[in-house]
Structures are given as C-alpha cells and as structure tokens.
Ligand binder design. Sequence first.
Ligand code: ADE
Length: 349
Amino acid sequence: MTTETKNISEPENLLRGEEKYLDNALRPSKWDDYIGQTTIKENLKILLGAAKARGQTPEHILFYGPPGLGKTTLAHLLARENNSQLKVTSGPAIEKVGDLASLLTNLSAGDILFIDEIHRLNKLIEEILYPAMEAGNLNIIIGKGPSARTIQLDLPPFTLIAATTRIALLSSPLRSRFSGGTFRLEFYTTPEIETIIARSAAILGVIIEPNAITEIAKRSRSTPRIANHLLKRCRDFAQVNNTTINLETVMKTLRLLSIDEAGLSYSDRKIIETIIDKFAGGPVGLGTIGAATSEEEETIEEINEPYLIQLGFLERTPRGRLATQKAYDHMGKIKGPAKDTRPTSQRLL
Ligand code: ADE
C-alpha cells in the first residue's frame, strides 16, 4: 500500500486535483511498465531480491538527475514491488528536528521513507539522519544547558530513498550513507519516450496517430514528465476542437505553448539568444546570464542547462557558459569573430 504523509513535496502540492490524479494514473506500477533506465532497474531488482531473500529491508538508496526523469516514480515502484508502505516527504517540508523525529518514530518495520529534494534539508536536521540511517537510532536532546540529556530511541528497520537534482550540494557524510547505491537517472531516448507516450495515451483513453507520438517525443526534452504533460495538453486541444491527436493537433498545440522543434521552451531560447547576442556566444558566467535574462540562476542550472548541454547547444567551461555552433544553427544566427573580453589595459595595441 502506498500512503503519503501530509508533508508531500512542494511540486506535487502545486498540482491541481485532476492533474495529480492523472499523474498517479500514468505512473508505472510494475517493473515491465517502467521504460528505460535499464541498468538502474537491474540493480534495484537485485537489491530488492537479495534483501527479501535475507529477510531484511533493502539498504538506503539515492537517486539523482534532472527533474522529471522518474525518481519519484521509481520510489513508488520500489515500494509497490517490495509490498512496503511508502511515506513521502521532501527536504524543505522538514523544517524542524521534531518534524523528522516524528516521521521516523511513526515508521513501521519495512516502511520506505522517500525524501525528495534532499539537498534542501537543513544541515542540523541532516545530522539526525546519520545515526538513523546507519544504526537505526534516533538521538533526541531533551532540555537545555547543563541539564540537557540525550535519549536514544530504536527505530524499526526502514529504507530511506532520497532524490535530488543537485547531488553536488549533498555533504559527503550524507552521500556515503546510501549503502544500497547512488543512481544517476539519464535522459531517455526518443523511442523510449515514444513508448511512454503510447502507454499514457492508452491509459488516458485517447486516440493518437503514430506521427503525432513521434512529434511529441521529439519535443519532450527526453523527459517522461514533459512527454506526459505535452500529451495532456494535446488531448485538451483535440477535445476542444473535436478532433483526434494527429500531427496537425500536435503542431498547433506546441506552437501555442511556444515549444520549438527541438523541444526548447521560451526561456531556453532566451538564454541561448542572450549568450549569443549580448555576450558574443560566451564564455559568460551563470550569474551574468541570470541577470541578463531575469531568470533565477538555480532554475537555469537545474532546468534549462541539462537539456541544452544534452542537445550540444551549450558547453560549461571553467570561464563560463559557451553557445556552440549547433546553438547558432538552431537559432538561425551567424557566428561573428570572438570578442576580446580582456580589460582594455591588457589588450595589445
Ligand atoms: N513515467 C515516468 N517515468 C516513466 C518511465 N520510465 N516509464 C514509464 N512511465 C513513466
């Protein structure tokens, strides 16, 4: 059985009722329905199978990678395959030591605790997690000053599954405690995304033509969450216009959503255009790009950059971000001579 704590992760909280229901309906509930990430799946099956054979709970697991690639989905799937109860929360939802203590003491033997966005967990709270993960102990300090004392509670055996889009922000003591493994989710291939779209369309009960599937897949940033989102928007467009999801429906829907042939959004294009037009293609620092585009640095780094790098449109160099020839070609721009960015005093006369 899968339950959610009320500290459900923020992005999911923002989903309206129907949208959330659909997202849950589209979530694969068996290994065979989970497309792609083959090596991770194989590793997890072994981890789960071996723990079961020993009569133990699986060791703690960390998933990382760009948003929308299926980290939460994998946690739900693991819980279901292991017949475990899943408690879902997120780093920013755990505000006080007491929040984590309450989550941990309410676990039953064999439960899985899923902490999304674990990189946003407060460092003081993180320290409570260490003994809980390592020895199944919860150390709580009662009182203040000289009369303060620590009491130690034994926790039932549980598995922590954590997810992050920013592995570099995790402290090494925390990282090292995921003894079951740390797994990086990769972008999906176009055929994998096509399979996911076809499966989702069948669950939603909508008719979709094969070339419409291919077109949505091409523009989904190699990301299942975006593929499902675009499918739902195309379904809405088809419904309002009394048609099926065909290539024309997809083209019109995506034009309305400002998503281009490579799957770039308005903000992706703005970032690339700014690097090319204002900084002669770079290299230019992330902070400068953020200021020039009015986008948050964190959003650029987490959402825009991974896909732009994956497409080969952007390079990260020690001196900053660089737009590639491919980016110029995509934006229909001509590369000019490299700009001399040295201070005037250092330039040769
Ligand atoms: N939804 C999100 N990730 C998925 C995957 N890998 N396979 C099928 N559906 C998904």
